[in-house]
Design a protein around this ligand. Structure first.
Ligand code: SAH
Length: 216
């Protein structure tokens, strides 16, 4: 399947909705979301709804996040070009594609093999290459590539992943939903020094859970 004028048109309307109704103001986020063809990440039955603000099932009982959630999380991350960003929860690779399109150096981890493989193939086909794509447990981060300017967690953690905070640069930010499985609060941690963090809160969301260990 290709990107078409119809898809581009629908995407433009979605981006205006993100700006006007959701209140996204980071032009780089809006520009990237206007460029990345979200429909190419979805199963064919959902393609017609790709530019509605909806989440959809992907492989391994996971979901692709709402476009508004992707936009809000990315905006909170305050992404700058060439920053090293660690993403936990590659899923189908849509959020990864948005970050790569923003010219960030992206390192992404997924614990479901099917999704890791799917995203790798998809991103290659689209010539949107993250720096490194890992099949592993995101609770451990990627110590070989640390420290990171930013860390984005796209699944809900019941406990704070301490390893990830360790892998953040001083001045770096981590955006992470935390809480029980039925609802999480979105937080942004800013690393002030090795031991001090500022913690901000951004409302309730529902993410798939962050689980430990790799699955197969
Ligand atoms: N970024 C995706 C969201 C995918 S949903 C998007 O663009 O829509 C969250 C993903 O986190 C799922 O694919 C799930 O398998 C993954 N996940 C859950 N726990 C994880 C862990 N410990 N390490 C890595 N990935 C994890």
């Amino acid at each position: 399947m290709q990107d078409s004028f119809v898809h581009k048109g629908k995407r433009k309307i979605l981006v205006e909705y993100l700006r006007e109704k959701i209140g996204i103001s980071d032009e780089n986020v809006l520009k990237a979301m206007n460029e990345v063809p979200r429909h190419l990440f979805l199963e064919s039955v959902f393609v017609v709804f790709a530019y509605e603000d909806r989440a959809f099932p992907i492989a391994a009982n996971q979901t692709i996040s709402h476009p508004s959630t992707v936009a809000e999380q990315t905006e909170l991350l305050e992404v700058q070009e060439k920053e090293k960003i660690l993403e936990i929860g590659t899923g189908c690779g849509y959020q990864t594609a948005v970050l790569v399109t923003m010219n960030a150096f992206v390192y992404t981890v997924e614990r479901q093999k099917d999704l890791h493989d799917f995203a790798q193939k998809k991103l290659r086909e689209m010539h949107l290459r993250p720096k490194f794509q890992s099949f592993g447990d995101g609770f451990l981060g990627l110590p070989t590539f640390a420290p990171f300017d930013k860390i984005l967690v796209t699944c809900g953690a019941e406990i704070l992943p301490i390893e990830l905070l360790k892998q953040l640069k001083i001045g770096g930010k981590m955006v992470i939903p935390m809480g029980k499985t039925d609802e999480q609060i979105l937080y942004r941690f800013t690393k002030i020094s090795e031991k001090e963090f500022e913690k901000e809160e951004f409302g309730a969301y529902k993410f798939v859970p962050m689980l430990q260990d790799r699955n197969k």
